[in-house]
Design a protein around this ligand. Structure first.
Ligand code: GLU
Length: 324
């Protein structure tokens, strides 16, 4: 039985005098697949090869909390030989800190209520130069009367809370260790959904800062969220690049060339174990996909650490073909 961090309600989970940290932050929705496991190995290699601590955070605010899935995920990560420091942190225990951040943004006049449905946002004409799907600002400048009326209209649903991106702050970019310069336009992102759930971008920024994370390694499908997170770091007075470094790693694709999914057959440690392929062989396979092991070679995480060179990592997705 795994224990989760019990002092995570505090603003500062880890004192800032400790060395920097990397982390892996899975969402507990079923078993991890090879793509998730490969990213976890990479996050560990990046952190350990730079003398950082390596922390685990279970991102259970966005979906229904599923502590069972989290345990299975951590067992699979451990089976590959990826270890972590301290007890894993449950994001759902961090509610107070998330709310405190929203209160701080509210005090700075940077939060407004939004009553739009997802459909209304998608169907609204977008603002000039805004990327498709960007929030067009429908609820941004309401008078108190208009706001009260909008609230009445959507009852019993509650409004979401959005960030009022300050004038001129919407264009943001960062240097990624693998992708190079990444830029993006930041719209008025959701901080808290109408159902009360804290939005991913806010929770990640607040938790990474509290955990002392100064190296974020994750799938490159999340690179587009990073400009939003960097903007939030700045507004909340938290550490941001170049004090925080980012590496967005290429995804694993299924045989059809789309993002790996359960329908692609044997994709989890459990699936592969049932075919007689143990965790050690999966580690070798994933190491091979990263150019860190030759086909069939048995390797430990320690050995991989010695060979690890971020500059030599593949920059394109790896296609998993179970029949290979
Ligand atoms: N929980 C996210 C995922 O599983 C990762 C979030 C992050 O690393 O920032 O895709």
């Amino acid at each position: 039985m795994l224990t989760f961090c019990t002092r995570c309600e505090n603003e500062e989970v880890i004192s800032s005098s400790e060395p920097g940290a990397g982390r892996y932050a899975p969402s507990p929705s079923g078993d991890l697949h090879l793509g998730n496991l490969r990213t976890a190995m990479l996050a560990w290699l990046f952190a350990r090869s730079t003398g950082r601590r390596f922390l685990m955070r279970i991102e259970d605010v966005d979906r229904d909390r599923d502590a069972g899935a989290a345990e299975g995920q951590l067992q699979d990560i451990a089976a590959l030989g990826v270890d972590w420091d301290g007890a894993p942190i449950l994001q759902s225990n961090r509610r107070e800190a998330h709310e405190a951040a929203i209160v701080a943004l509210q005090a700075a006049g940077l939060v407004y209520e939004c009553t739009c449905t997802r459909r209304e946002v998608l169907e609204a004409p977008s603002a000039p130069h805004a990327p498709p799907g960007a929030y067009p600002g429908t609820c941004r400048d309401r008078t108190p009367e208009e706001r009260a009326e909008a609230r009445r209209r959507i009852a019993p649903r509650s409004p979401a809370l959005r960030l009022r991106v300050p004038e001129g702050a919407g264009e943001s970019g960062f240097e990624d260790l693998l992708m190079g310069r990444v830029t993006g336009l930041v719209d008025d992102l959701v901080l808290q959904r109408g159902d009360g759930a804290i939005a991913y971008n806010l929770a990640v920024v607040v938790d990474d800062a509290a955990m002392g994370v100064d190296q974020v390694v994750r799938g490159d499908d999340l690179a587009a969220s990073t400009p939003r997170q960097i903007l939030l770091q700045g507004l909340l007075g938290l550490r941001s690049p170049p004090q925080v470094e980012y590496a967005h790693v290429p995804l694993v694709l299924g045989p059809a060339g789309t993002r790996l999914a359960k329908r692609d057959g044997a994709v989890t440690l459990g699936d592969l174990a049932a075919l007689g392929i143990g965790a050690g062989r999966v580690r070798s396979l994933l190491a091979g996909s990263l150019g860190l092991a030759s086909p069939g070679e048995r390797v430990t995480m320690r050995a991989l650490l010695e060979r690890f060179d971020p500059a030599a990592l593949p920059r394109s997705p790896w296609v998993w073909r179970p029949e290979d």
